[in-house]
Design a protein around this ligand. Sequence first.
Ligand code: UDP
Length: 409
Amino acid sequence: MQFLLNHFNYTTCFYLIISLIYHINATLSNKSSQQTDQDCATEKINKYSKEANTKYIKYLNLIQDARRNYKHCNTNRCNCHAPVMAHDLKIFKEKGISEKQVQAVKSKGTKYQIINHKLYRDSNCMFPSRCAGIEHFLLEILPQLPDMEFVVNTRDWPQIPKKYGIFGPVFSFSKTDEYNDIMYPAWAFWEGGPAISLYPRGIGRWDTHRQKLGKLGNSTKWEDKIPKVFFRGSRTCSERDPLILLSRENPDLVDAQYTKNQAWKSEVDTLHAPPAEEVSFEKHCNYKYLFNFRGVAASFRFKHILLCKSLVFHVGNEWQEFFYPALKPWIHYIPVDAKATKEQLQELIEFAFNYDDVAKEIAENGYSMIWNNLKMKDVGCYWKKLLKKYAGLLNYKPSRDKTLVEITN
Ligand code: UDP
């Protein structure tokens, strides 16, 4: 009798544990009972097997934690991005911004003034199309802005390191935590983006891409996307190499190839392979899994590929643009360590292949965040709020600098 009771307990316990594991997995992935043919084709490991559970539990835990801690932001009036401007301006809050400080950083960028709702700028801009991309927004919001002057850096690289050099307010499109620059929405939302053969005059207006890609994101069903990782881009940063090498070893899993850029001289610049043809953003949307990497600073493709409603793997978390902090790892994209090896990339990719409905949900979240919070209106709204707050910190009244020229539509 004692034996029977013990045996019953062990057996019950065993089945209870198995059913608990099954239940946790089923709840996390919200799996419907019907598996699609596509799931079967890509599932290399049975996701309820012991192997899958131990191998991927760390990712499932990270997803669970991220979901638990996630707070929805208020999508009205670019509010989701408000913490970024508060963070960037905080360092000027106590003492305000003096005329001397603005003078000191003048050489770090292009000087602008707004006086009596008119816009003035240094007669020379280092990158005229980038200035034009910036001025599009400034001219739009001019009637609502108070008098002020500010310095805009149109280079890729931020200008005010925290640990050395001069200190003062400089607006830059991208930075890491090592810099005190104030982030502004990049020129490329309107014009001045990188030119490639497909987009010879720059990647083009964000509102046009947003409409086209948003439509595609909704019309291409998740199940119909090619179940492969896809990347096309030039070798602006070697952090891209492990994915390219993984693709060469495992072309069924990953199609990632280097394209030429203006600095291309030989196949050394495409990691000893012929340069690949460039591929439009629209065609990226045919693939289920897409990669984003930093370039010189942040790369402009992040927002475009999120609109495909494909699962985005975002490599590295150092280089930011103003809208990045609203996007949360494991909620809107899969974060990837910038130093991940080929093997680590492969494991993470296979996790996504095995947990198809988790991947689909993250892809949908990423799409929604960009679609709802990165309209052209939100970009203009960010510029407006940022400049109003900045102007409020100036502890002097700027007077018209006669060396500047007026900029009009
Ligand atoms: N790009 C593209 N198709 C390609 C290669 C690049 O649409 O086949 C886009 C890419 O998304 C980015 C820009 O062109 O917005 C420049 O890409 P690249 O990789 O050369 O440099 P990055 O700016 O990312 O450092």
